[in-house]
Design a protein around this ligand. Structure first.
Ligand code: ATP
Ligand code: MG
Ligand code: MG
Ligand code: MG
Length: 468
C-alpha cells in the first residue's frame, strides 16, 4: 500500500528517532530573531544559531518536518512537476555529531529499505571535488560510479555569505527517458524533468571568512532536506507534486471552482496548480500571523493571493473563492497542522479581505483599460506603455491585458511592453548586485580546502560570539 502524506511524515521522523534523533516541531514561516530572512525556506533555518556557533543545541541530533515558502521558485510553479512556493521539508540534523558517513548511509537506508524504492532507479550527485562523499557512496553504499554525478557550486555547494558552509550531495530518481529531453548528456542536474531531485544532504565542513577564504571546521555538521511532496509523488506514482494525496484534495476543489475537470486542458491545469500552491502558501502564512501588505513578507503574501486570483480570473472564475479554497487547505492538512483549525476564522478573514481588495483593484484596472480602448477601432494596437502601467500599477500581467483587448479585436504592443519591463528588471538587477553575495568565495581556497591541503581549523566547538 502507498504511504499517505501523514504516514510519510511519521515514517521519516520515527526512522530518525530510531537513529538517536530528537523529534522537534517545525518552526513558523516567520524566522525568529533573524532579520536577514524574509521567510523560512528550509528546515535548517531555525537551527542557524547552532550551525553558526552562536548557541548551544539542546540535542546533537534532531529531526523535523518544516513548512517552507520559497518565492524564488514562483515562476516555475505550475510549469514544472516539482516546484511549489509552499512545500514541506523533512530533515535530519547533526550539530557537531555524526557526519557524511552516517548521513549518507541513513538516507540510503530510509529510501531503499524503509520506503523500498528500487536502488537501480537512483542517482546521486556530489560536489566536484568531494572525493570523500564519492568514496562513501561508491564503496560503502555501493552506488555504481556511472550513477554518481559531480556538479559544481551552483547545485552542490551550500553557503550563505560569511560563516559555516560546505558541499552537498543530492539523491535523484530517474523517472525514465519519457520524461527527459533526450540529450545524450542528460543527467541529474539537467532541468528537463527526467531526474527528480528529492533529497539534499549538506555537509557543513568549512567556515568562509570575510575575505572569501574557506577553512575546515573542527565541529562539522549535517543539514538535510527531503521534499515531502516530491517523495510522495514518487511513492504514489503520480506525475506531479500536485497530485499527491493531500494536495490532490485541494486540486479537486480548485478545479470545481474553475468549473472544469483537471487534466483536460494544459492552460487551465496550470491555473489550477497555481491556485492550489498559492492557496497553500497564503493559508499557512496567515496561520503564522502574516498579513498582506506592501512590504516584506506581507508583500510576498499579497503577491501570492493576487497571482492566484488573477489566474483564476483568467480561467473564467468570476466570484470570490478564497474562503472555500483555503477552507479546503485546512480540511486537507488540519490533522498534521492543528493550528490551521484553531486559526481558521482568522485565516479566512485575512484572505477574504485581501481578495476583496484585489477585486477592487481589478475593477479599477479594467476601467483604465476600457478608457484606453474606447477610442480604438478593431485591429488597432494598444500601446506598450499602457500595458506596462496596467502591469505595474494594477497588477495586470500582459496575458490578462491581451486577453481582454483581444475580445475587442485590439492587439497589444508587446514589444513596447517588453522594453519597459526589461528596463524595470535592469533596475532591479542593479539593486540586487549591491546586496548579492553568492558565488563570491575564493575558488582556489575552496579547492585547497576540499583537497585537505588546509589545516588551519576553525573551531565551532565553542560558541563563537562574533560569527555572523
Ligand atoms: P531543485 O534543484 O529541484 O530546484 P533545490 O536543489 O533547489 O531543488 P534544495 O534547496 O536542495 O532544493 O531543497 C531540499 C529539498 O527540498 C529538495 O531536494 C526538494 O525535495 C525539496 N524542494 C526544494 N525546492 C522545492 C520546491 N520549490 N517545491 C517542492 N519541493 C522543493
Ligand atoms: Mg531550487
Ligand atoms: Mg537542486
Ligand atoms: Mg538541492
Amino acid at each position: 500500500r502507498r504511504l499517505t502524506a501523514n504516514e510519510l511524515r511519521e515514517a521519516y521522523l520515527s526512522f530518525f528517532e530510531s537513529k538517536g534523533h530528537a523529534r522537534l516541531p517545525g518552526s513558523s514561516l516567520v524566522p525568529k530573531g533573524d532579520p536577514t530572512l524574509l521567510l523560512t525556506g528550509a528546515g535548517m533555518v531555525q537551527f542557524k544559531p547552532y550551525f553558526l556557533g552562536k548557541a548551544e543545541p539542546p540535542h546533537r541530533r534532531v529531526t523535523t518536518c518544516q513548512r517552507c515558502v520559497r518565492t524564488a521558485d514562483i515562476d516555475r510553479v505550475g510549469i514544472t512537476a516539482r516546484h511549489a512556493t509552499f512545500f514541506e521539508m523533512l530533515g535530519n540534523f547533526s550539530f557537531g555529531d555524526y557526519f557524511k558517513r552516517e548521513a549518507i548511509a541513513w538516507a540510503w537506508e530510509f529510501v531503499t529499505e524503509r520506503l523500498a524504492i528500487d536502488p537501480e532507479r537512483l542517482w546521486v550527485s556530489i560536489y566536484l571535488e568531494d572525493d570523500e562523499a564519492f568514496a562513501i557512496w561508491h564503496e560503502q553504499v555501493g552506488v555504481p560510479a556511472e550513477r554518481i554525478v559531480r556538479l559544481g557550486k551552483e547545485d552542490n555547494f551550500w553557503e550563505i555569505g560569511v560563516g559555516p558552509c560546505g558541499p552537498c550531495s543530492e539523491i535523484y530518481l530517474d523517472r525514465g527517458p519519457e520524461f527527459g529531453c533526450g540529450a545524450p548528456s542528460c543527467k541529474p542536474g539537467c532541468d528537463c524533468g527526467r531526474f527528480l531531485e528529492f533529497w539534499n544532504l549538506v555537509f557543513i565542513q568549512f567556515h568562509k571568512d570575510e575575505q572569501g577564504q574557506y577553512h575546515p571546521l573542527k565541529r562539522t555538521g549535517i543539514d538535510t532536506g527531503m521534499g515531502l511532496e516530491r517523495m510522495l509523488a514518487i511513492l504514489q506514482g503520480v506525475e506531479t507534486i500536485f497530485e499527491t494525496d493531500e494536495v490532490r484534495r485541494i486540486l479537486e476543489r480548485a478545479a470545481a471552482i474553475v468549473g472544469r475537470p483537471y487534466g483536460q486542458d494544459e492552460r487551465t491545469d496550470r491555473a489550477i496548480r497555481i491556485m492550489v500552491d498559492h492557496a497553500r502558501a497564503a493559508t499557512f502564512m496567515a496561520m503564522d500571523g502574516i498579513m498582506p501588505g506592501n512590504e516584506g513578507r506581507g508583500y510576498v503574501m499579497r503577491r501570492l493571493v493576487r497571482r492566484a486570483s488573477r489566474h483564476a480570473w483568467l480561467a473564467g472564475v468570476r466570484r470570490p473563492f478564497w474562503r472555500e479554497l483555503s477552507g479546503c487547505v485546512v480540511e486537507a492538512m488540519g490533522e498534521a497542522y492543528p493550528e490551521l483549525r484553531q486559526r481558521q476564522a482568522l485565516i479566512e478573514r485575512v484572505l477574504e479581505s485581501e481578495e476583496h481588495r484585489f477585486l477592487q483593484t481589478l475593477e479599477s484596472g479594467l476601467a483604465v483599460l476600457e478608457q484606453e480602448m474606447r477610442g480604438l477601432e478593431q485591429g488597432a494596437v494598444l500601446d506598450g506603455a499602457t500595458a506596462f502601467r496596467l502591469y505595474d500599477t494594477y497588477g495586470f500581467p500582459l496575458e490578462l491585458t491581451r486577453e481582454i483587448a483581444e475580445e475587442r479585436g485590439i492587439r497589444v504592443d508587446e514589444e513596447g511592453f517588453a522594453a519597459q519591463l526589461e528596463a524595470q528588471r535592469a533596475r532591479a538587477r542593479a539593486a540586487r548586485r549591491t546586496y548579492g553575495y553568492l558565488g563570491s568565495g575564493d575558488e582556489e581556497s575552496l579547492a585547497e580546502a576540499m583537497a585537505g591541503l588546509r589545516s588551519d581549523f576553525v573551531g565551532y566547538d565553542e560558541p563563537v560570539a562574533e560569527a555572523r
